[in-house]
Design a protein around this ligand. Structure first.
Ligand code: AMP
Length: 332
């Protein structure tokens, strides 16, 4: 595995891989890697002959300077994880390589109308312009590729798909299921900033999603009722301050008056010093639309009280998506 620092070397590496006949799999990350990122890299390695992972804490997508400052960074540990997960190159540029005039942002930025103003966009103004801008730059450098994103950031996947569609970018976007701790808490780089008790409490977000998904599968189709269920569960944890709890159409992220077919439940809340987001799919009147859920015991709580297999286990009604540990492709 090769560590690359410059854009020109990154372009050369991905071009060379394509010239050798490999499909390029791209996994954009902000580092502080965990089993969720690992699942993306393993999936890419199973489907592509060449895997490029990018590590870049993108200042443009942080609306809160304190959050940017506190964002965890550990390149050495990241490289160890990526070597093991099957990455071929890691592109970890300095900020000036991506934004030459930083801290001034001059030149072109990317804005996507509509999808970026709701949900996260309401609470994090400018966040998705930052995401769309950096993702466009990374796609330009990587060239034709399959790009792997986590459903953990469901709205981000929608935004990236829209970007690719609107700008005819030569990229296949692959959405991968959320990896969770055994408690149900979605694995996140920000979880390291939670105290042991906050981490335990934060699992209430997953319980709220599951309660709402269960109600939806038994036929509840009024968004107000679904919101009430989620907020009711969140209210059981005093240390959790909800920002939103919504149920939306997974295609355009709007809330219909009556729910039907596939829907997406999304929550955001502050737990101690950290803002967390999570989401889950559901199907009205049926348990079949429930997401594949992946629980990974290797991201145990600090108390180390988890016990199950280290390999992610799938638990749930119906596996709609391929499991996390895809086998390596023949392309390699
Ligand atoms: P980040 O480093 O937080 O920007 O995340 C990089 C990629 O990893 C994004 O596509 C995320 O959606 C994805 N990701 C983060 N956490 C998880 C998780 N728990 N399960 C699956 N994918 C994840």
């Amino acid at each position: 595995m090769r560590l690359i620092r410059t854009s020109s070397e990154f372009v050369a590496a991905t071009e060379a891989a394509r010239n050798d006949g490999a499909t390029v799999g791209l996994v954009p990350t902000m580092g502080a890697l965990h089993s969720g990122h690992r699942s993306l890299v393993e999936r890419a390695a199973g489907e592509c002959g060449f895997v490029a992972v990018t590590i870049f804490v993108n200042p443009l997508q942080f609306d809160d300077p304190a959050d940017l400052e506190a964002y965890p960074r550990d390149l050495e540990a990241d490289l160890a994880l990526l070597g093991d997960a099957g990455a071929d190159v890691v592109f970890a540029p300095e900020v000036n390589e991506i934004y030459p005039d930083f801290p001034y942002i001059s030149g072109t930025t990317v804005h996507i109308e509509g999808l970026t103003s709701m949900l996260e966009g309401r609470f994090r103004p400018g966040h998705f312009d930052g995401v769309a801008t950096v993702v466009t730059k990374l796609f330009s450098l990587a060239g034709r590729c399959r790009a792997y994103f986590g459903e953990k950031d469901f709205q981000q996947v929608s935004v990236v798909r829209r970007l690719v569609r609107d700008l005819w970018l030569p990229v296949d976007v692959v959405a991968c299921p959320t990896v969770r701790e055994m408690s149900g808490l979605a694995v996140s780089s920000r979880n390291v900033r939670l105290s042991e008790s906050e981490r335990t409490v934060a699992a209430v977000m997953h319980r709220a999603l599951v309660a709402a998904a269960t109600a939806i599968s038994s036929g509840v189709d009024r968004p107000e009722k679904v919101r009430e269920i989620m907020l009711g569960v969140l209210a059981t944890a005093e240390a959790v301050e909800p920002e939103y709890a919504e149920v939306v159409d997974p295609e355009d992220l709007t809330t219909p008056e009556r729910l039907s077919g596939e829907v997406r439940l999304l929550v955001a809340a502050r737990v101690g010093p950290v803002r967390l987001i999570d989401n889950l799919g559901a199907l009205v009147g049926s348990t079949f639309g429930r997401d594949l859920q992946i629980f990974d015991a290797s991201d145990a709580t600090p108390s180390g009280t988890t016990h199950a297999p280290v390999t992610p286990t799938t638990v749930n009604e119906i596996a709609r998506k391929s499991p996390v540990s895809a086998t390596r492709s023949k392309e390699r």
